[in-house]
Design a protein around this ligand. Structure first.
Ligand SMILES: NC(=O)c1ccc[n+]([C@@H]2O[C@H](COP(=O)([O-])OP(=O)(O)OC[C@H]3O[C@@H](n4cnc5c(N)ncnc54)[C@H](OP(=O)(O)O)[C@@H]3O)[C@@H](O)[C@H]2O)c1
Length: 282
């Protein structure tokens, strides 16, 4: 069965202007889905849309929108009202940096809006027609950072763990309705956002490399957004041979790391991570 028949005609990617989000749009279009790309920066969004149109014979629409807005989900729902949405990928993330108590409350609340509230409302809006049709896919992009508390990124880690656990719960609720939902746990990926952050690091590179290795957060070099997006779509491609699981990792090394950490004392896991993020000087 064709991918678009298996899931439905349109793919919606929230947070799709650059990096991993743009790569998710490409993977959806590669499989013949028409795509709706959502992000804040209209110019960058248009570039990603044009790149997809140039490569694949699909319809590409864009929606310039801040997903932190309280009415964000309503606006996406309006833009998709006439569309058969077969696949929904929530990739956008807010990432407040700095000690929790030193972070302005608005940033902490925007973190909850973008990483928790908006994806919650969007799944609630977009998944019912999938259930009615008996087919569809929902991917909530989470993070290796969701697997333990993270000093300097405490609110981000907590919000990403909400997406992780929501994705798992949805997997179990929706699978009997033919809809594949899962959480996608992403490790270090060379997105523009990641590279910008890496550029701000103040620690001695050697010291930081040691801490990163100790924390297990980056196994080898960061992976490319293209390979991370492709690996997520392979899960969907293979759903008839191998049922989709509640959580998938962007790389087997990340999965192995998560399993090893689950057996270590929590204070060590959280502490090693915190030593690394503190050394980043943010
Ligand atoms: N990169 C990594 O190493 C890494 C590691 C673990 C997990 N992740 C997860 O992977 C996902 C992508 O990460 P990334 O930021 O590095 O990659 P990205 O795909 O480069 O950027 C995120 C996308 O979301 C959009 N976005 C951000 N805030 C938004 C908002 N308020 N409203 C609308 N769109 C918004 C951004 O575009 P605009 O700025 O144009 O809005 C951009 O297109 C996130 O869920 C992140 O938590 C990444």
């Amino acid at each position: 069965v064709e991918f678009s028949e298996r899931f439905g005609r349109w793919g919606v990617v929230a947070g799709a202007s650059t990096g991993l989000g743009a790569a998710f749009g490409v993977e959806a279009a590669r499989r013949g889905l028409d795509v709706l790309l959502v992000a804040r920066r209209g110019d960058v969004l248009e570039e990603s849309a044009a790149a997809i149109r140039a490569q694949f014979p699909v319809e590409v629409r864009t929606l310039v929108l801040d997903l932190a807005r309280p009415d964000a989900a309503t606006m996406v729902a309006a833009a998709t009202a006439e569309l058969e949405v077969g696949l929904f990928v929530y990739n956008a993330a807010a990432e407040p940096q700095g000690r929790f108590l030193a972070t302005p409350l608005e940033e902490l609340h925007a973190n909850i809006a973008v990483n928790c509230t908006t994806p919650t409302t969007l799944v609630h809006r977009l998944a019912p027609p999938m259930v009615e049709r008996g087919r569809g896919g929902v991917v909530l992009v989470s993070s290796m950072g969701a697997l333990q508390g993270i000093k300097v990124f405490a609110a981000y880690g907590a919000a990403k763990s909400y997406e992780l656990i929501l994705g798992e719960g949805l997997w179990d609720e929706l699978r009997d309705h033919g809809v594949d939902a899962f959480a996608y746990v992403v490790g270090a990926t060379a997105t523009p956002n990641f590279l910008r952050n890496a550029g701000k690091v103040q620690a001695d590179p050697e010291v930081l490399a040691g801490l990163i290795e100790q924390s297990g957060q980056a196994v080898g070099a960061p992976r490319s957004p293209e390979e991370v997006a492709a690996s997520c779509f392979r899960v969907l491609d293979g759903r008839d041979r191998e049922p989709v699981g509640p959580r998938h990792y962007s790389h087997p090394d990340d999965e192995a790391r998560a399993a090893a950490d689950a057996r270590r004392p929590r204070a060590d896991v959280v502490g090693d991570m915190g030593r690394m993020t503190s050394a980043m000087g943010r």
